[in-house]
Design a binder for this molecule. Structure first.
Ligand code: FE
Length: 193
């Protein structure tokens, strides 16, 4: 289910960066489920917004890698349409936790709950979600109740998860010009634990 392989060399920062880069090379060209951008375009657009907003390297890396779980599972690109929740937020966070600290992995793990949170607290948020995002919301448990929302936002890194969620929602622009992944490597390298 993951890209776990005993022969994978994770002993140096360079090896880890190469491994992440390879996942984008192998799977990043696939469509971002139900949207008109690829996984790589989506990741770069999210990272660019994070950088533009002055976020620290950890959060820029989180934005770039927030859907890493989509690149390493084998449920298929359109699994939501088949009623399958791939739990990519947990999978990506778990895999990346081997190399990154909580400032990177927690916003990633929490970017799906952050959508459920925003649906509960922000009028109009749910109505603005794309069809694909609405479909996955259903599989992910739907909007939080008021009590769940309160509990969510009290957790460490919840604010960053909400920021990341907004970049995620906006990172679906067809043919947007972004820097390529090499531009963001310095942030990922700086974020390595
Ligand atoms: Fe995303």
């Amino acid at each position: 289910m993951t890209d776990e392989n005993p022969s994978d060399d994770d002993s140096t920062a360079e090896a880890i960066l190469n491994r992440i880069g390879q996942a984008f090379t192998d799977r990043g060209g696939s469509w971002y489920a139900g949207e008109a951008v690829t996984q790589t375009e989506h990741a770069l657009q999210a990272a660019l917004q994070a950088e533009k907003s002055g976020a620290p390297s950890e959060l820029i890396a989180a934005a770039l890698l927030h859907d890493y779980g989509h690149l390493i599972h084998n449920f298929g690109e359109d699994c939501a349409e088949s009623g399958i929740d791939d739990h990519h937020e947990d999978l990506g966070a778990k895999q990346l936790a081997k190399h990154f600290g909580s400032a990177v992995t927690e916003p990633i793990r929490m970017h799906v709950p952050a959508k459920r949170y925003l649906c509960a607290v922000e009028p109009g948020y749910l109505e603005d979600l794309s069809d694909a995002s609405l479909l996955s919301l259903k599989l992910q448990g739907g909007p939080f109740t008021a009590a769940e929302a309160e509990e969510f936002i009290a957790q460490p890194h919840a604010d960053d998860a909400v920021r990341l969620r907004r970049w995620d929602d906006q990172a679906k622009v067809v043919d947007l010009d972004t820097p390529d992944s090499s531009h963001f490597q310095k942030h990922v390298a700086a974020a390595l634990a």
